[in-house]
Design a protein around this ligand. Sequence first.
Ligand code: FBP
Length: 541
Amino acid sequence: MSNSFEMQRRSFSLRVPQLLHDCVNTTFQSERIVPVNHDISKYFQHHCPTEVLKIRSLKNHSTKSHRVGVVLSGGPAPGGHNVIAGLFDALQQHPNNVLIGFLDGAKGLLHNKSKVITKADIDAVRNTGGFCLLGTGRSKIATQNELASALQTIQEQKLDALVFIGGDDSNTDAALLSEYVVQKNVPTAIIGVPKTIDGDLQSADIAISFGFDTACKTYVSTISNIAKDAISSKKYYYFIRLMGRIASHVTLECALQVQPNLAIISEEALFQKKTLKSLVSEIADLVEQRFSLHKKYGLILVPEGLIEYLEDVQQLVQELDFCMKSLSNEETKKVDGLSRGEKLDFILTLLSDGPRECLTTLPREIAEELVYDRDPHGNVQVSRIETDRLLAILVEEELKKRESSVPFSYQTHFCGYEGRSAYPSFFDCHYCYALGKTAAILSMHNMNGYMAAVRGLDRQVDTWEPIAVPLVSLMHIETRAGISQPVVQKTLVDLSGPLFARFAACRDVWKLEDRYQYQGPMQFDMTQEIVESPCISIALS
Ligand code: FBP
């Protein structure tokens, strides 16, 4: 059976910013100098671009053909296929241009696993979600060996340019490779495209990474439905955890759209030095206050990364890491032989008062998970904790401790993977297509070390402005695994910015009064056939 929804999606014709109508007779020129941190430039001695570029038309274009590579990297984000479609369509303007897609993220680049992208490939994925055209992965290109392998592929494939569609880590790799190719006298342009639903790849010139808009709209639709259930059945507190591993942009955006009773913002929790204990107590207070108004239900949004921002949990994790790493070989062997429960009891004897208290307040299975499950580097895997469930359980315990007569029933929900591979929103379809075209122009003009970007996104698509931002200008120095290194900086929620101010101005009212906004499913431009078709079970009955 043909999927008419997908067919209509694929054939939908997109608007293109005026400045990108003709990608052949176009190039970039300097707009202004941007500051690059002095400590960063030390790592980029062969190639350190320092100017933001704007587009300009070109009278005599070159007739040279280009071979361009493209890699999708990290978690999927809606619109990735449209970036490749934009790249492909712009390159099609020269008959001999070739677009080569590397498979399964940077791994494909390291092992030269690729395919030539055809028009049929592109037409099959226009305006659709996911990264399934090429696959993706989290392999990195950071060590000298990895850089050398990537370079070997670049040379074997005779690439004039290589486009990385990725988040902060992948664009860090792109920046390192842009330096490395120049150091090795290879004239390939390495170009980045800002992707991540987390929305934490931003700068003065990059309003948002692609995928954020769709992910938020997808989550908002789900949260709206849950809000409607809350106000209808009036019996549950819904704890909804939202993706965004470090920053709380997704939670903040969803909060502004749905107006829940409480939305926790990790960056604020850190600033206010909140602890797990204080947060639980705050939520228990809210439950009691709402009950005094005869409300036994509520809607609470929790950012995925919250737990790592809480002061007592941070101390616990640090001490746990220290204890585990300072065990002698003999002790490690002994501990490895213990059951999960025994191991937890043993570790408790090693901790100081504060961390011990924090660990004992956690539900037993979560405490065991924390002590037992390690990542390949032996670190505690805090991000795997289901913070929504943890908070709900602890609030229930807290209310019992208070001998409160307030009834409390909860449900938990995770808004995660469904948002990062959803059909891209109208905005992301257009934004990504424009990013792809911008990356194509950078590729054809050998602009090494730049991120393709688009400015003026709050205006009509026709007036959007393609620009190029030096990757090095997005970097800062970070210490990872004990080593200082240059990385593209994640942008966290700005507590003094206008978005947070708007949230802070309204949230007290949302606490007790129910001001839920029901945003409904994301809309695109669809025909009556789609809008009016009943579901299959009805159609075939
Ligand atoms: P990127 O930063 O690569 O875009 O991925 C972000 C993200 O979607 C986070 O929100 C989430 O915590 C993480 O990926 C989950 O990744 P995994 O695929 O490893 O489960």
